[in-house]
Ligand binder design. Structure first.
Ligand code: CA
Length: 366
């Protein structure tokens, strides 16, 4: 994809607006956070996320409660992408600045159409949706759901994608709100890598990146070693994990645990304005042992973006396997590394609290 560089206004020092110091953003305290939430306690000696740290927690909460959380979503057009996007679009604490589409579940144009349609379902007729990368950086494109089941379910949108690329849109929005924008990456990280080409200062200008991606314990969900989003562009993931973003990876280690309960599905099915209501009802009427687990991968990442205390994290330098071996796409976390930017990886999750938060957001205003 051809990207153009363009003149951008001068920026203030984004670090000055961030409640965490540079040192805190790179290596979090190793003390246990005070038990002020329903999240599982952090074992002694475990690293904690900055939002859980005694120093930053109060300020982070002040920011969330007193001003809209500015969010740009990157989506590859699956059903769990749709739930995550609807959750954010309906959440009163969120101001969606833009959405970018990317290859992955479906082709990027289909992902853009799906995002536009989901925004319409949420009553949002203004948030721009930009077309993003239609192929990975260095490998052939592969679609997990080439038949676009979500598109068939929700139908075509009435709006069209914006006139700029997803990478250009992300850079523009970040420059307009330095230090305030968070990115929720729900697909391969190709758009973020392209945006980094357009503006190498992006890690300093973004508030945070929360990405659904990776697996550190257990098998992958598309190969034995790789999680799907990383597998679809390991080179982009490797670049983003070491670029110095304030990065949290919400991977299979936690998302596999968050599956809908029967009562959760019944509540979702009661929102008849959504085209998946009948499907949710069908699942709710199916005995739990007979229905697919349907882990809420992308919705959990969206929930963690707004409520970091839902998970505990461990920090370290994250390596992504970019070899051509069968381990391509595998993610490893080196907690002893002293060189390179650290990222956080979610390791435990409060499942009931996550399901409660998601349902309250998905049904907001109903
Ligand atoms: Ca996705």
């Amino acid at each position: 994809m051809k990207l153009r560089r363009f003149a951008l206004p001068s920026r203030p020092n984004a670090r000055d607006t961030n409640p965490c110091t540079t040192a805190q953003r790179r290596r979090w305290p190793t003390t246990t956070a005070p038990s002020t939430s329903t999240a599982p306690p952090t074992p002694p000696g475990w690293n904690v996320s900055p939002a859980n740290s005694p120093t930053c927690r109060g300020k982070e909460w002040w920011r969330v409660r007193s001003a809209p959380h500015l969010v740009v979503v990157d989506t590859d057009g699956g059903l769990d992408d749709a739930l995550a996007l609807l959750f954010l679009a309906r959440h009163p604490a969120v101001r969606l600045l833009g959405v970018g589409s990317v290859h992955g579940n479906v082709p990027a144009p289909a992902a853009a159409a799906n995002a536009l349609r989901v925004l319409e379902l949420a009553g949002d007729d203004h948030t721009p949706v930009a077309l993003g990368a239609d192929a990975p950086l260095k490998q052939d494109v592969h679609f997990r759901h080439p038949d676009d089941p979500l598109g068939h379910l929700v139908g075509p949108p009435t709006r069209q994608p914006a006139g700029e690329s997803a990478a250009e849109q992300l850079v523009r929005l970040t420059r307009a709100h330095p230090g305030e924008v968070s990115v929720l990456a729900l697909g391969p990280m190709t758009n973020l890598a392209h945006a980094l080409d357009v503006d190498p200062d992006l890690p300093r200008l973004l508030r945070a990146v929360v990405a659904m991606g990776g697996v550190f314990t257990g098998p992958g969900n598309i190969t034995e070693h790789a999680e799907s989003n990383v597998h679809h562009d390991p080179d982009a993931a490797a670049r983003i994990c070491t670029a110095g973003f304030d990065l949290t990876l919400v991977g299979l280690d936690v998302t596999r645990q968050v599956t809908p309960t029967t009562s959760w599905l019944r509540a979702l099915a009661a929102d008849h304005s959504m085209p998946w209501a009948a499907y949710a009802q069908l699942l709710a009427d199916t005995p739990r042992e007979q229905r697919p687990p349907l882990p809420l991968h992308d919705p959990l990442a969206a929930a963690v973006l707004l409520e970091p205390a839902l998970v505990t994290c461990r920090s370290g330098v994250v390596h992504v396997d970019t070899t051509q071996d069968n381990t391509r796409g595998r993610t490893r976390r080196d907690e002893e590394a002293t060189a390179g930017p650290a990222a956080r990886a979610a390791v435990t999750v409060d499942v009931p609290a996550s399901l409660r938060l998601l349902l309250s957001g998905l049904l907001a205003g109903q």
